[in-house]
Structures are given as structure tokens and as C-alpha cells.
Design a protein around this ligand. Sequence first.
Ligand code: ZN
Ligand code: ZN
Length: 405
Amino acid sequence: MRPAEAHDVSIRSSSAQIRANLSPRQPTARHKRPNVWLGKAIPLILLVFVWKGWELVLHRIIPHVAARNRRRGVVYAVTMHVALGMTLLSYATVYLHSRAPPAKKEPPKEVLERRVIFACDDAGEPIRCYRDQCAGAWQGVRTRHCRDCGTCRPVFDHHCAFMDNCVDAETHKAFFCFVLYAAVVLGLGLAPLLPAQLHALRLVTAATWSTEALSISWWSRWYSWLGGPIWRYAGAVLLGYRQFHLSVAGSTSTVDSKTARLSEPKLSTLAITASASLILLIAISMIVVVTRNAAKGLSTVQVERARSYRLQVKREPLGIKSRYDARLQLWIPAIDTHDGKASGDILRVEPDFPLFDYGRAENMRRAFGNTWWKWLLPWLPGEYSDTEIRPSALAALRQRVVKAS
Ligand SMILES: [Zn+2]
Ligand SMILES: [Zn+2]
């Protein structure tokens, strides 16, 4: 670990020069950013997926469950629709969240008076953003400028192309609710669907894979080897389903897509089952990552910066210079600041230093709510502050300043 760097600061001398260096920049060419395009296309694709999935639930999955036990079918239908409604509500909360530039440009009073920790430039001045429409807005320790949204975001976590918006202080809770409810919907849907469709898949492969027709049209062809084993088997499944409908089960026209049994071999149902399973796995891993980071009081951006900082530390002895210093540059106020003078030091701190770690239980309360049922309400945002640093973290940083000076 490199020793911490501390400097005495003559605050006013170079601040004018720093401001000059931060002159307004060219706006980001947003139309060239893939996330901006994906943000327009993915919500439409999701809408089609949700519509098709809902049709499947309404016409085939609910009747399938209700056929075995009517009461269970009613409970299933209600639970599924409540979870689906909450998924859409959580999604809309993030998607419709304002992308306007920060209305408040000035830092809070305690930052202006230098009584608290804040992110600072080399002159000890609070960081301001001049990109896009930000026009000199103050940037807190966890504020980042999102180039996809073209504006600064407090407690920036990441930009989500699936929701065409940022996950930040205002939307983090709704994002968590979205992945949670989406996992419930997908889990409920797949519970009867997955076994039924695996049964259908076995039926189709048993009936078609060893036939001469498939051997001639696929297995013996050179192009069936083009994309490795996944390509070879996926191609066989596709052709097998077509052949199955032509020869075994009669023509597809006799199968009404809305009333067919759940285990009816249909390629579109198989495709929905496969994508729903994949999205469920992604949603579960997101729930794990989001809760784990929230418990530690960390954001995705801090975790990523910490990763590049570890790389930076590894490379330094080899003489490889990193493109930028991943550490945070912070103003550390001196203990006695009651005389009205701005005294303190600038310190560079590793990105995952637990500035906002108030302990596991308190971190979770701030991120999701103080009772379990508040965790489930996407419209109640979490509590975040960019100036309220854990007292023991402040004490530890002051120790570093003393050691380095
Ligand atoms: Zn900005
Ligand atoms: Zn964004």
C-alpha cells in the first residue's frame, strides 16, 4: 500500500487557474454512444417480451395451474398479477425519472465552509461539473456525470441501458424492487412452464433427431459444424420442431396457440422459456450484488474504481503508469474549525474506503427502508447523503493526514 499523500494547501492561490482549466467543454456526442441507442431499443424489445409472456401466463399457465386445483389457480393468478404490476411500476419509476441537469448548483453550506469531507480539486476547491448542461453544478463525493444521460447524478451507481436511465440516489431502491419483482414473476411463471417445456423438448428430440430427414437436412451437412456444438444442437432443435409439427403432431394449424396445453411443443414457447430462465439467473445475481454492495455501503462505481486502483498499485512497481489516478481526492477538515478559518488537508483515498459504511444494519436501513415491507415499495427512495461521513472513517483519515505530514 502506498503511503497516503497529504499536502498543506494554499487554497486561494491556484483556484482561479483551476476554474480556468475547467472551462465549459464540448457537449458529449450522445448519438454516438451505444448505451443511448440500446436505451431506445431495449425497452421496446422488453415490452414485446412482457406482452408475449403475459399472454402465455393468461391463456396457458394459469389454466394449467387451475386445472389441478381451482383455489390454487386463483391464488397463483392474483400473486402473479400483483408481482407483475409491481415489476412494471418499479420499471416505470426508474425509466420516467427526470434526466434534467441538477437544479441546485451550489454546494451545501458545510462544504462551502469546509467543515466536512468533500471531493476537491488540487486547490482544495469543491469539484464542479461543466459538461453538457451541468453548468458548474457541484459534485458530491459520489456524484458522477453520466455521459449517456448527459447530466450529473448524485450517488451514481451505473447507467442501465435496460431502463434507459441512471441508477442513482433517487432510483436505486426502485431498481432493487424491479429485479426483486422480476425474479418473482419469472420464478412463478417458470415453475410450471420449465418442466412442461423440457418434457416437450425431450418429446421432439426423441421423435426427430434419429430420423433420416434430419440426417439429410442437418446432421450430415458441413454447415452444421460451423458454430461448434451449441450451433449443431440448436440447429437440430429448430429443424426438429419444424419436422415434428409437419409429421408427428399434425400441422401447426390444428394447435391453437392460446389454448394449447403447457407441454405442447412450440418453438415460440421454448424461446420464451429459455430467455425467461436466462433473465431469472441475471435477476438473481443482480439481487445478490445489489444487496451485498448496499450492506457494505458501496456503489458499483466504487467497486469498479477499487478494481482499477488495485491494478494501478500492481503496475506502479513495474513502471507502468495508469491513465488516471483511481483514488478519490478529498478535503479533510481539521478537528478545530470553529475559528471560522478554512483549515484542513487534501488527501488521496482508495476508492472503496468505507466513507459511507455506517454498519451493515444501518446501511441496509438507509438503502431500502427501516421495515421489511418498506423494502418492497419502489416509490420510497433510499436515504443518501454525500456529506455525512461515518465518524470513525473521518478519524482514520485524520490519522493518515497526521502520519503523512
Ligand atoms: Zn455533470
Ligand atoms: Zn445515465
